[in-house]
Write a protein that binds this ligand. Structure first.
Ligand code: PGA
Length: 262
C-alpha cells in the first residue's frame, strides 16, 4: 500500500536575505498564501533562511501563528564544544526548526563535505529531533559515466549509514547540472531517479518508512514546471533555490495543485 505523503515545497534561500528582509518576505508569503486560501493540510511549505535569520523567522511565525515551517541550511555533526563557526542541531531544535538541509551540492563542492561527514550530520539532526533533508545528485560527468541513478543512490546509502529502520527523513534529488542552470531535469528523469532512491530506502529504513518518506526534486524548479514533477508518483515536492527568492513565483510553486490538473 502506498502511504499518503503530504507534499513538501521547500525554499532554500542559500546566502540571500538578511534577518530584516526575511521578516518582510515571510510576512508577504503568508499573506499571499492566505489570499489564495492555501490549504496547508494539502502541502507543507518550508523556508530555509541563513542562520542569522532564524530567530527573526521563528519569532514572527510563532507570534502570528503562521503555518509555515522552516529549517537550517546545514548543521554541525557535533553537539557542542570547541568548534568555531559551527551550529549545533540542539540550537536549531531550540529555535523550532522542523528541518535541516544536509549535503547540498554546494556544501559537497565548495566545502568538500564527504559522505562520512554527511552521515554524521544526518545522525546529529536525528539525535536532536530535527528532520534531515539529505541532498543527493549527480554531476554532468557522473551522468555521462555512470548513468542517472548510480551516484545519487550511492550518496543515499552513504548518507544514511547508521540510520535506523523507521527513521523520519526527507530526501532531495538534485542533479548538480540542473541547479541554478535554468535546465531542469524532465519529470520523467526525476521520477526514474526518485523511484531508484525509494527502492534503496526500502532496504535502508524498511518498507513503511520508505513509503512515508518525501522525495523532493530540486534544480531549476519554477511555477511553469512544478506541475510536471508533482504528477510523478515518487516525487513528493521540490527543493527550490533561485525561485524561492521571488515571492510571487514561490507562492505559485506552493500552489502547485492549481496547475497539476491543467
Ligand atoms: P535552483 O537551486 O532552484 O536555483 O536551481 C536548487 C537548489 O540548489 O536547492
Amino acid at each position: 500500500m502506498v502511504a499518503k505523503r503530504v507534499p513538501l515545497i521547500a525554499g532554500n534561500w542559500k546566502m540571500n536575505l538578511d534577518h530584516l528582509q526575511s521578516i518582510a518576505f515571510v510576512q508577504k508569503l503568508a499573506w499571499s498564501l492566505k489570499d489564495a486560501r492555501f490549504d496547508y493540510a494539502g502541502a507543507e511549505v518550508a523556508i530555509f533562511p541563513p542562520f542569522t535569520d532564524l530567530r527573526s523567522v521563528q519569532t514572527l511565525i510563532s507570534a502570528d501563528k503562521l503555518e509555515l515551517k522552516f529549517g537550517g541550511q546545514d548543521l554541525s555533526a557535533h553537539d557542542s564544544g570547541a568548534y568555531t563557526g559551527e551550529i549545533s542541531g540542539a540550537f536549531l531544535k531550540a529555535l523550532d526548526c522542523s528541518y535541516v538541509i544536509i549535503g547540498h551540492s554546494e556544501r559537497r563542492q565548495y566545502h568538500h563535505e564527504t559522505d562520512e561527514e554527511l552521515a554524521a550530520k544526518v545522525a546529529a539532526a536525528i539525535r536532536h529531533g530535527v528532520v534531515p533533508v539529505l541532498c543527493v545528485g549527480e554531476t554532468a560527468e557522473d551522468l555521462e559515466q555512470h548513468g542517472p541513478s548510480a551516484v545519487p543512490v550511492a550518496q543515499l546509502r552513504a548518507g544514511l549509514a547508521g540510520v535506523e529502520a523507521g527513521a523520519d527523513i526527507v530526501v532531495a534529488y538534485e542533479p548538480v547540472w540542473a541547479i541554478g542552470s535554468g535546465q531542469a531535469a524532465t519529470p520523467e528523469q526525476a521520477e526514474q531517479v526518485a523511484a531508484a532512491l525509494r527502492a534503496t530506502l526500502v532496504e535502508l529504513i524498511g518498507h513503511e518508512a520508505a513509503d512515508a518518506t518525501r522525495i523532493l526534486y530540486g534544480g531549476s524548479v519554477k511555477a511553469a514546471n512544478i506541475a510536471g514533477f508533482m504528477r510523478q508518483p515518487n516525487v513528493d515536492g521540490a527543493l527550490v533555490g533561485g525561485a524561492s527568492l521571488d515571492l510571487a513565483e514561490f507562492s505559485s510553486i506552493a500552489q502547485f495543485q492549481k496547475h497539476v490538473g491543467t
